[in-house]
Design a protein around this ligand. Structure first.
Ligand code: HMG
Length: 299
C-alpha cells in the first residue's frame, strides 16, 4: 500500500482536550486557542460540544466560544451534538458541521450517553434529518474500537457494525476512537481490515489516545491501511471523562512531525502550532504533552 500524499488533521484539542479539565477555563482562553490553531493552518477544528452541562460542565460555554472565534474561510469549525437538543443549540450558534458519537461497547455507551448503542443510533435519526434539512454535514464517532475501560476486548465486527450504521444513516466520515489508548499497530490493522470491508477507507478516520504510547505507531499502521484523516489534540491535551486514566489524544505536533518526515502534505505551520499548544498549557498550568514541542522548546 502506498502512503497518501496528503493527510487531513482534525484538531480536537478545544473539545476533547479541554472537556475533562476540572479547573474553569475562560471563554477568552478557549477562543484564543481556536484562533491560534486557525493561524497554525488547521483546516478542521472541533471547537466544543452541545451536551448536557451536568454531564460535561467544561463544555457549557460552547455557544459563547463559537460567537467569539474569528472564523476563516476554508476552515471548518465543528461541535459534538449527542441529540436533537444539542443540534438545535449548535445551529443557533452557527456551527458549520456537527458530530454524533456512539460506542462499540455497551457499557461505555451507558456511561457516556446514558443509553444503549441501539438507542443512541435511534436518537441520531431525527438529528440526521434536521442536520440534512439545515445543510449541515454530520461526522460520526465510534468509541472503544480497540478496547473498553469496562467491557475489555471489543470485537472488530462490533466496531464494523456500529460504524456501518453511522455511515448508512448519512455520516460522511466515521472516526474510529481508541478511547483508552490500549491499541497496538497489529490490532489497528486487523480492526481496519474488518471495518474497511463495508466503508470506503477514505470515509474513515483514526482517533488515537496515547495512554500506552502507541498512538503514532497506530497512525502509521492506519496510513498503511489507506486512512488519511486523523484526529489529534494540540499539546496532547485531554482524556475522556468516562474513561478513567485515559490520557489525551496523540499530540498534533507529534503527528505533524511524523507526517513531515514522510513528506505528506498538511499545510500546517509547526512553529505556530507549538506556540498555540504551549500557550494553552501555561493557562492550564500543565506540562506540554507533545514530545516534539518539548524538544523544540528546550533548544
Ligand atoms: C446524551 C445526554 C444528554 C443524555 O443524558 P440524559 O440525562 O439521559 O438526558 P435527558 O434527555 O434525560 O436530559 C437530562 C437533562 O439534560 C438536558 N440535556 C439533554 N440534552 C442536552 C444537550 N444536548 N445540551 C444541553 N442539555 C441537554 C435536558 O434538558 C435535561 O435537563 P434538566 O431537565 O435535567 O435540566 C448526556 O449523557 C450527555 O450530554 N452526554 C455527553 C457525554 C460527553 O460529552 N462525553 C464526551 C464526548 S464523547 C468522547 O469524548 C469520545 C470521543 C468522541 O472523543 C471519541 C473517543 O475518544 O472515543
Amino acid at each position: 500500500m502506498n502512503l497518501p500524499t496528503s493527510v487531513r488533521l482534525v484538531e480536537v484539542g478545544p473539545r476533547d482536550g479541554l472537556q475533562n479539565e476540572k479547573q474553569p477555563i475562560s471563554v477568552a482562553d478557549k477562543v484564543r486557542l481556536v484562533d491560534d490553531l486557525t493561524a497554525a493552518g488547521l483546516s478542521y477544528i472541533e471547537v466544543g460540544s452541545f451536551v448536557s452541562p451536568k454531564w460535561v460542565p467544561q463544555m457549557a460555554g460552547s455557544a459563547e466560544v463559537f460567537a467569539g472565534i474569528q472564523r476563516q474561510p476554508g476552515v471548518t469549525y465543528a461541535a459534538l451534538t449527542p441529540n436533537l437538543k444539542g443540534l438545535e443549540a449548535a445551529l443557533e450558534a452557527k456551527v458549520e458541521e456537527v458530530a454524533v458519537f456512539a460506542a462499540a461497547s455497551e457499557a461505555f455507551s451507558q456511561k457516556n450517553i446514558n443509553c444503549s448503542i441501539a438507542d443512541s443510533l435511534q436518537r441520531f435519526v431525527p438529528l440526521m434529518e434536521a442536520a440534512k434539512a439545515a445543510n449541515v454535514r454530520v461526522r460520526g464517532y465510534v468509541s472503544c474500537v480497540l478496547g473498553c475501560p469496562y467491557d475489555g476486548k471489543i470485537a472488530p465486527e462490533q466496531v464494523a457494525s456500529v460504524a456501518r450504521e453511522l455511515y448508512a444513516m448519512g455520516c460522511y466520515e466515521v472516526s474510529l476512537g481508541d478511547t483508552i489508548g490500549t491499541g497496538t499497530a497489529g490490532k489497528t490493522r486487523s480492526m481496519l481490515e474488518v471495518v474497511g470491508r463495508d466503508i470506503p477507507r477514505d470515509r474513515l478516520a483514526g482517533h488515537f489516545h496515547d495512554t500506552y504510547g502507541q498512538a503514532l505507531a497506530n497512525i502509521y499502521a492506519s496510513l498503511l491501511e489507506g486512512i488519511n484523516v486523523f484526529d489529534s489534540s494540540v499539546a496532547g491535551l485531554g482524556g475522556c471523562p468516562y474513561a478513567k486514566g485515559a490520557t489525551g489524544n496523540v499530540a498534533t505536533e507529534d503527528v505533524l512531525y511524523l507526517l513531515q518526515g514522510l513528506c505528506i502534505e498538511t499545510g500546517m505551520d509547526m512553529d505556530k502550532l507549538i506556540a498555540a499548544g504551549q500557550r494553552i498549557c501555561e493557562v492550564l498550568g500543565k506540562a506540554n504533552g507533545s514530545r516534539v514541542a518539548r524538544a523544540r522548546l528546550s533548544r
